[in-house]
Design a protein around this ligand. Structure first.
Ligand code: AKG
Length: 275
């Protein structure tokens, strides 16, 4: 097992994130990106709108990434050996597109407890301040939940446009990544990302989240895949890995998982947003 170094783990514990972590070589990352772009051409509906959620159920590309052993080694350093994939989201920002992600904490709306879980975010393009990389508020995870306002902002890529209003932006840190590099962040770290102001696509794939087997879903049902180790608690329904690209059975299952996700995301919300 390669895993994170001691320095990386203590950086994560202090700051609530760790990056960059080298997962794929530039050549491998270019191949993965080409596979995504050929998928977008052959199956345009597979990775847009609400279908950007749980793409690992229907595309071999994202299934392979979600179960990649180097990523799992890094995750194991933070949450232990019994790891479940609880979901995934593809975050693409097209050139000069208006989408942004407001300041938020992942743990605020997903109902995964205890907080033995992480979000792992893999770059499949260059990810820079210019094209809308994530920014982290270092150490903000130590203070637990913060108030979010549901703004339902037009260009906000989050379900309710949930926003933490009082973020000291001058101390936030950009997470720039090269293709094939990963960042990992803590459930309570405050983070967000701006518009893509460049002429290049910004492509990120988030495993959202890798959860320890001891993590329950307190707001609704989630489906999981065993990524590593054993399911010591049996809280969730397990689903097998996919059978091929966009197979009917897998697509039906993804839709079912995304319906369940929607119930969680909008629990208690005044209105339903885009996804
Ligand atoms: O892709 C982005 O810019 C933000 C993604 C995010 O908020 C997350 O992965 O938790």
């Amino acid at each position: 097992m390669t895993g994170l170094t001691e320095e990386q783990v203590s950086f994560y514990n202090k700051n609530g994130y760790v990056a960059p972590i080298d997962i794929f070589t530039p050549e491998q990352a270019a191949e993965l990106r080409a596979e995504l772009e050929s998928l977008e051409a052959s199956h345009p509906d597979a990775v847009v709108g609400r279908n950007r959620n749980n793409v690992h159920y229907v595309t071999p590309l994202f299934d392979r990434i979600a179960h990649n052993s180097k990523i799992l080694d890094a995750v194991q350093s933070l949450i232990g050996p019994n790891i479940l994939v609880g979901g995934s989201t593809l975050f693409i920002k097209e050139p000069e597109q208006k989408g942004f992600i407001s300041w938020h904490q992942d743990a605020r709306y997903v109902g995964l407890e205890p907080y033995n879980w992480v979000t792992a975010w893999l770059a499949l393009s260059n990810v820079t301040t210019q094209n809308g990389c994530m920014y982290m508020w270092p150490g903000s995870q130590h203070d637990g939940p913060r108030e979010h306002v549901d703004t339902y902002g037009k260009d906000n890529l989050l379900t309710r446009g949930q926003t933490i209003m009082d973020v000291p932006e001058d101390i936030t840190v950009p997470i720039e990544l090269k293709p094939g590099q990963l960042s990992i962040h803590h459930p309570w770290v405050v983070h967000g990302s701006g518009h893509n102001l460049s002429k290049e696509r910004r492509i990120g794939f988030a495993i959202q989240s890798y959860i320890g087997a001891d993590v329950d879903s307190v707001l609704g049902k989630i489906y999981v895949q065993q990524a590593r180790g054993v399911d010591t608690h049996g809280y969730h329904e397990h689903t097998p890995r996919l059978t091929g690209l966009m197979q009917d059975h897998d697509v039906r299952f993804r839709d079912q998982a995304n319906d369940a996700l929607k119930d969680i995301f909008y629990k208690g919300a005044k209105k339903i947003g885009k996804y």
